[in-house]
Every structure is written in C-alpha cells, then in structure tokens.
Write a protein that binds this ligand. Structure first.
Ligand code: 13P
Ligand code: SF4
Length: 312
C-alpha cells in the first residue's frame, strides 16, 4: 500500500514539473493529499492563490465550486478536479432558479453569497464572501443596506449576530456542520475540562455559543497556533486536524463527534473523494476539466473580484 502510494507520489511530482501544474488542496482533504499539495488553504486562500498563480494547470483538490471559482478567475488555465462527483451539500441547497425567484421578490436588496455556491448562483450575486471575510465585507456596507445572504443560514445568522444586521437568510446548510451534537460536545468538554472549543460558523447557533473561537478553517488554525491552551475540541470537518497537528505537534486536537457516533458524520464525503490515484490520473489525462458557461462566468467574476478587493 505504502509502496503504491510512493509510486503515485513520484508520478505526480514528475507530471507536475513537466506540465507546470499547481496542486491546491483544502484543509478538509485526506492527509495523503495535503502531504503532496503545493498550496493548502481555506476557500478564501484558494481563491486568492488561483487569481495569482502562473501555473498552466491547476489541480483543485477540494470540491466542485472551488474548481469553478478558480476557472472563473483564470479562464485561460486548465482547471482539473480529481473527481467531478466532489460536490457540496451546501451549494446544492441553493437551486439557482429558486434563488433567482427569491432575489426578484426582494428588489433593492444587495445579494451576498457564500463562495459555497454554483457559478449560476454567483452570477445572481453582488458580492461573494467566504467564512474568512464575511464579517468584514458585511461591515463595509452601509448600516441600513438591505441584504440577502445565502445559502448558509448558520453562517448568515452568525454574521447577523456579530454585526447587528438583519440580513434576509436563505435556508441552506451543510450536511456535516449542521449535524454536530451539542450534547456530545458538552459531554466531551466535561471529560476534557481544559480543552478549548473551536467552531466553524456553518455549525448551529448553540454550538457557536459554547465556542472559545468561531471562525473559518484558517481562522481556527491561526487561533490554535497562537493560543496557550494544550487541548482543543474541533467542531468542523475532521480533515483540518491534519494541519492542526502538523502546525502544533505539542498540542492535542480532538475531533468533535457528530449526532450518530457510529458514522463518520464529521467527515465531508465529497472532500474525501480526492485521492492520490485520482490526482495522478487527472495530471496524466488532463481530465476531468472544469468548464463554466461563458455568459455565466462573465457575470460570476464580478462578485468574486469584488470579494477579493474588499477583503484585501
Ligand atoms: P472555509 O471557507 O473555512 O475553508 O470553509 C469551506 C467549507 O466548505 C466549509 O465547510
Ligand atoms: Fe460543502 Fe459541507 Fe463539504 Fe464544506 S463540509 S464542502 S460546506 S458539504
């Protein structure tokens, strides 16, 4: 098994050099992917990196909307995703036609969409945000601005609370973050009294309320790096533990359990579709390639660029 992985790692390194390819990975991907990535980040960092790279090929090890965002920002580059089936339940909770009808019902509203959306939803949007910059971007708008926020109701509710705004929320959610169990995390806390609780804002409000830190994956990592506790309960997708342990080997990171303890509900099954074998195949075949309809891409790039501008 390890020997097979070594062969794949060598092949990936060779193809990457030959084809001037950049391998990007989200923190939720498998350890084997994060180990070989040229760049690992949260969705904001991945978008920023895609906008500035001079590679000819981007291999986006994440989920489909991350590949789409990279393609919209770099239309002349080849953007590959190791497995086209790597979708996102949150992006899927916002159907473009239904979202368009919702936007039409509310004329005069500024439309803010989380980056976890399809290109078609971004094309209906004024400003894209990530969990890493949503607060800053909302706060940059006039206090009386009427805002629609989609699709994550938990992140939107969190931003409403910390900014005092009253944004209209689309009722979407992520199947991983929406299912963490408050009861089980409280139980874990009582067994680890010194542990701090790190929570992604896609989790429900009761979990946000018990958090020592609410933040994007990069913000949670930063907090752990600079904080003085020795133990943390991590309430987000468990792939992040790989980078947390690498960054802070002296600290203990515990993955928060989801509702049903026997299932791996704290894992994003879409992110886990990225494997070494599929990365090697993608580089070899230059497939599967992300394509975005030209007219949709022309509309979707504006709110993404606005995000990059406002979050500088
Ligand atoms: P980040 O923006 O924190 O990377 O989160 C992306 C994501 O998919 C969370 O589920
Ligand atoms: Fe989408 Fe949730 Fe997976 Fe993030 S963890 S990519 S929001 S399904």
């Amino acid at each position: 098994m390890e020997a097979k992985k070594e062969v794949l790692r060598d092949e990936i390194a060779r193809l990457k050099r030959e084809k001037n390819a950049l391998i990007m990975a989200h923190y939720y991907t498998r350890a084997e992917i994060q180990e070989i990535a040229d760049f690992i980040g949260d969705s904001l960092a991945l978008a920023r990196k895609a906008a500035e790279t001079d590679a000819d090929i981007i291999v986006m090890c994440g989920v489909h909307f991350m590949g789409e965002t990279a393609k919209i920002l770099c239309p002349d580059k080849k953007v590959l995703v190791p497995d086209l089936a790597a979708g996102c339940s949150l992006a899927d909770s916002c159907d473009p036609a239904e979202f368009e009808a919702f936007v039409r019902e509310h004329p005069g509203y500024t439309v803010i969409s989380y980056v976890n959306t399809s290109a078609a939803v971004k094309a209906l949007t004024d400003i894209v945000v990530t969990s890493g910059n949503a607060r800053k971007i909302v706060e940059s708008l006039p206090a009386d601005e009427k805002i629609i926020f989609g699709p994550d109701r938990n992140l939107g509710g969190y931003i409403n609370t910390v900014t005092g705004r009253d944004m209209l929320l689309w009722p979407g959610a992520c199947h991983v973050h929406d299912r963490f169990s408050l009861e089980k995390i409280q139980q874990m806390r009582s067994e680890h009294p010194g542990a701090k609780v790190l929570v992604h804002p896609e989790c429900r409000r009761p979990l946000q309320l018990i958090a020592d830190k609410v933040g994007s994956t990069a913000a949670l990592l930063d907090f752990a790096r600079n904080d003085d506790a020795s133990e943390y309960i991590v309430v987000t997708e468990s792939g992040i533990l790989f980078e947390m342990r690498r960054a802070c080997p002296e600290k203990t990171f515990l993955a928060a359990p989801a509702e049903e303890s026997e299932c791996q509900c704290n894992e994003c099954d879409y992110m886990k579709l990225n494997t070494l074998g599929k990365v090697a195949r993608a580089l070899r075949d230059e497939q599967p390639e992300i394509t975005v309809d030209t007219e949709i891409a022309a509309r979707a790039i504006r709110p993404i660029e606005r995000m990059l501008e406002l979050s500088k």
